[in-house]
Design a protein around this ligand. Structure first.
Ligand SMILES: [Mn+2]
Length: 271
């Protein structure tokens, strides 16, 4: 990590603000992670759900997140390019992150070329789940009229409502899960993601478009890697609720790292 190669980091699902385990500790850990990135870091990709709930008004942003926002701004000040992909928990960003932090906001999945390697980057929701309930929920969230209505609420009520909903969503899922259910969830989601990525590659091939070499997704809260055809890989990022998971690309290799919650040592594995 100390060479002079350009470094690129990928993180998702920190869920700042979520009252699970030790939220203040989680925010400190995330801020420290950003503050201590090596000097040869070129870009940081935040792949969604960094905030458990975000909403902003022209002159008001949610309270909390101070350390995280400060660390994000400091990164940009250091000349590191910061990318913020909207997740389903932080879908409603307007201009604050661009104007105040200097981040590049990506509302949709993107294919980007990094050091000659083609990456498909996305938060990961809705890529293959086209169910009716998902589409209804999306149309509610993306509805401009509802956003205007929401903005009309006093921030005290709007943010209370949003945080309540976000929190309920995640905690309900976590509290219902047993170890066995978690394992089968991981296997099932990895299989779905892999099938989707394979099909995506086939479609690119059929239309004569340039292939993607690396797929990186968040959203599923699982640390998983799949090998795809033609040497491509799919990596799903784990969340920061238990241990912190991130991916590092050095222009050649993509490696997965874990910052363990109790012991601060990094664990590394090749993708
Ligand atoms: Mn998500």
């Amino acid at each position: 990590m100390c060479s002079n190669k350009n470094l690129y980091f990928f993180v998702a699902d920190v869920h700042l603000g979520l009252g699970y385990k030790e939220p203040a500790e989680r925010e400190r850990q995330f801020a420290e992670f950003l503050n201590t990135l090596p000097h040869n870091t070129k870009e940081v990709y935040l792949l969604g759900d960094i905030f458990d709930f975000w909403y902003e008004y022209k002159d008001v942003i949610p309270s909390g997140y101070t350390r995280a926002l400060g660390a994000m701004a400091a990164l940009v000040e250091r000349g590191i390019k910061l990318h913020f992909f909207n997740g389903n928990h932080d879908i409603w960003t307007y201009r604050y992150l661009q104007n105040e932090i200097g981040a590049v906001v990506h509302p949709k999945p993107e294919i980007v070329q990094i050091e000659g390697v083609r990456f498909f980057l996305a938060h990961g929701d809705g890529l293959w789940d086209k169910s009716r309930s998902y589409r209804i929920l999306q149309s509610i969230f993306k509805c401009r009229f509802l956003q205007i209505l929401f903005s009309g609420l006093h921030p005290r009520w709007a943010l209370w409502l949003g945080k309540k909903w976000s929190h309920h969503n995640r905690i309900t899922r976590y509290s219902k899960e047993t170890e066995g259910a978690r394992e089968s969830f991981c296997a099932e989601q990895t299989a779905k993601a892999t099938a989707w990525a394979e099909e995506y590659l086939s479609n690119l091939q059929a239309t004569g478009e340039q292939a993607v070499n690396r797929f990186i997704l968040g959203h599923y809260h699982i640390s998983a890697t799949s090998r795809l055809k033609e040497g491509a890989t799919l990596s799903i990022l784990g969340d920061w609720l238990n241990n912190a998971d991130y991916l590092l690309f050095d222009g050649h290799q993509l490696t997965r790292h874990k910052i363990l919650r109790c012991a601060q040592n990094d664990r590394e594995s090749s993708e």
